[in-house]
Every structure is written in structure tokens, then in C-alpha cells.
Design a binder for this molecule. Structure first.
Ligand code: TRP
Length: 339
């Protein structure tokens, strides 16, 4: 087999409630990406500490759910490194060092921070502020060439590059500069009833969101009641400004069927919005039926999942440690004896 030269890194915060948005923008691509690139897929459990959870929330459950979902979507631990962030302590170590390279002014300017804090009425934990720096640590530890993310993470990758440049310039080159890797269609899926905002697993209105493990009848009802527009006769045309709801459905259909928007518009010429919605449901059903079936098989095999997590962490640690050693060396710190 040809040796894969380019390292791709990606991660999702663990939540059993991953959405069709997570699937279309990132997860769906991982199966094929593994054949071409050296892929590192992380479950970012430390990141998920930044949002306050309900009392009965179980991290263990959501981490294992997410791992099972990765596998159900085609991630293969023999082809890729699959691991859980907190099992590789180098992430927290590098995070601190990079914190001391990050400006407070940079972090308060981050769009995601601003939107998230606007929603929070109570006190805001500083983990939420430092979130992008931990992300930079995730990426830079692996000498990543390409970071695969959805559109909303673009600004965090720009920060990652700036931190890498800053460190390299000041202390000598350690980090590779990562590039952003995004797919044209579907890098941002919008919510069903409010197509001007991103579909988010933490949305208070459940009708906005389609979950990967959701019951298919429920999904049908959600799609049926999704917002389109009142054009009469109906016009099935992509126009993200004038027809955001309809355009979102077209993007979902295009991404999942791998047909172009033009082809779809052509096919639906003169047809009703309900016909489009039925087709959107059918394609979602096709993908989710397989995923859900596999998910339950993996999820019922807890010892297998835990074994994969530990094996993945071992492989990830080797790469991460190497980078971190170089970081300490360049900083001029003493090296640990046992290393
Ligand atoms: N912040 C990302 C998200 O919510 C998840 C993530 C954490 C990530 N660390 C990362 C993505 C490193 C890419 C690279 O989608």
C-alpha cells in the first residue's frame, strides 16, 4: 500500500446527539478520506466541559456513543487513529503553553465565543474563552497538514495558524502550519425552522434539529414542517438569501445524494415543496438506517469500544509526545529524565 503522506486531523465534541449537520459537514467524509490521507479522528471530550451540562449528563455514555457513531459512519481504526482527547494528556500540556501565546484580545473577538456568551445569562467559564487555544493544541500536536472542519470553525483555524507562526518565530520552528479543509457543499447546515442560524445539537427547539439516532417517523415530521416559503407557484431554486429554508433542503439533498444542485433543480421543475421534502426524507432515511443499525451493534460491545479508545490513545501519544518534547526543548525547559 502506498504510504499516506498528508495528515488530516478532525474532531467532534462528544454527544450521542450528533446531528445530520455534523454528519454532512464532517463525519460523512471520513470513510473515504481514510484511504487517501493519514487521518487522526479525535473525540474532543475536554472541549465539551466548556458547556454546562444537566445534572444527570454522563460523559462516559456520550463519549462511547460518539465513538460508536464514528465507527458506524465508517471510521476504521486499522486505517486511522481514533482517540479520546483526555486520554492523551499532551493536549492539556500544550494548551497551557499556547495559552501563554494567545492574546486575550484575540479570544474575545472570536465569533463563536461572542454568540455563545450572548446566550448565557449566568457566569461564563474561562474554558469557553480558551476553547480555540485548546483546539490549536489538538491540531498542532500532530503536525497536521489539513484540518477538516465545518464552516463555523474557520476562524479557529486561522487562530491556530497565527499561534503556530508566533511560537515558531519566537522559539524556533516546531509546528507545521495547518490548512483548512472544507467541502463545498454542506459545510454548514442550517436549522429547519430558522434557516438563518446553524443547526446545533444544543438547540432548545428540538424541531430545528435532526439527530443521527432519531426515530425516522419523527424525522419525517420535522422535515414536513420545515420552513420553506410561500412562492406561488412553488419555485424550487437555490437562493440562500431569498429562499434560505428551501436552499438548506436542497443542500442536504445534494450532499447526501451526491447530485448537483442544478440536477436537483431540474428534476423538481414544476413540482411541489412537499415532493422535495419527501425526497429529502428518503435520502436521509437511506443513510441513517444503515448508520443506526451499525451504531447499535458497536454500542453494545463496550469492551471493544474501550479497547479501541486505548489503542488509539497509544498511537496518538507517540506523535503528540514527540512534538511536545520539541516544544520544551525550544522553550529551554529541562527535559524529563525518563523520556
Ligand atoms: N470545535 C470543534 C467543533 O465543535 C471540535 C474540535 C475540537 C475540533 N478540537 C478540534 C475540530 C480540532 C477540528 C480540530 O466542531
Amino acid at each position: 500500500m502506498k504510504k499516506k503522506k498528508i495528515t488530516v486531523f478532525s474532531a467532534i465534541q462528544p454527544s450521542g446527539n450528533l446531528t445530520i449537520g455534523n454528519y454532512i459537514s464532517v463525519l460523512k467524509h471520513w470513510k473515504n478520506m481514510q484511504n487517501k490521507y493519514k487521518c487522526i479522528f479525535c473525540i474532543a471530550d475536554l472541549h465539551s466541559l466548556t458547556s454546562i451540562k444537566k445534572k444527570n449528563f454522563s460523559y462516559k455514555k456520550s463519549i462511547l456513543d460518539t465513538l460508536a457513531l464514528y465507527l458506524a459512519c465508517g471510521v476504521n481504526p486499522n486505517k486511522s487513529i481514533v482517540f479520546i482527547q483526555s486520554l492523551v494528556h499532551e493536549h492539556s500540556e500544550l494548551n497551557w503553553i499556547l495559552n501563554c501565546q494567545t492574546y486575550y484580545q484575540e479570544l474575545i473577538r472570536m465569533t463563536q465565543f461572542k454568540t455563545k456568551t450572548k446566550k448565557i445569562k449566568k457566569k461564563i467559564n474561562t474554558g469557553l474563552l480558551n476553547y480555540p487555544t485548546l483546539m490549536a493544541a489538538d491540531i498542532l500536536l500532530y503536525q497536521t497538514d489539513k484540518v477538516h472542519v465545518g464552516q463555523d470553525q474557520k476562524q479557529h483555524i486561522e487562530l491556530t495558524r497565527n499561534l503556530a507562526i508566533r511560537f515558531n518565530t519566537h522559539y524556533g520552528k516546531v509546528f507545521k502550519l495547518p490548512e483548512i479543509f472544507m467541502f463545498q457543499i454542506g459545510s454548514k447546515i442550517m436549522s429547519l425552522l430558522d434557516p438563518n442560524k446553524k443547526m446545533s445539537k444544543s438547540d432548545l427547539n428540538q424541531k430545528n434539529v435532526i439527530y443521527l439516532l432519531e426515530n425516522l417517523n419523527e424525522i419525517f415530521n420535522k422535515i414536513k414542517s420545515s420552513i420553506t416559503d410561500s412562492d406561488n407557484p412553488p419555485k424550487i431554486l437555490y437562493d440562500s438569501i431569498k429562499k434560505p429554508g428551501l436552499s438548506n433542503l436542497l443542500i442536504i439533498l445534494s450532499a447526501l445524494s451526491e447530485k448537483s444542485i442544478f440536477e436537483i433543480e431540474d428534476y423538481f421543475l414544476g413540482k411541489s415543496y412537499f415532493e422535495l421534502k419527501k425526497e429529502v426524507f428518503n435520502i436521509i432515511k437511506k443513510h441513517l438506517t444503515k448508520i443506526q443499525k451499525k451504531f447499535f451493534i458497536y454500542r453494545n460491545n463496550k469492551s471493544y469500544l474501550i479497547n479501541i479508545a486505548h489503542e488509539g490513545a497509544k498511537k496518538a501519544s507517540i506523535i503528540a509526545r514527540k512534538t511536545l518534547n520539541q516544544v520544551y526543548k525550544n522553550l529551554g525547559f529541562l527535559k524529563k529524565k525518563y523520556l
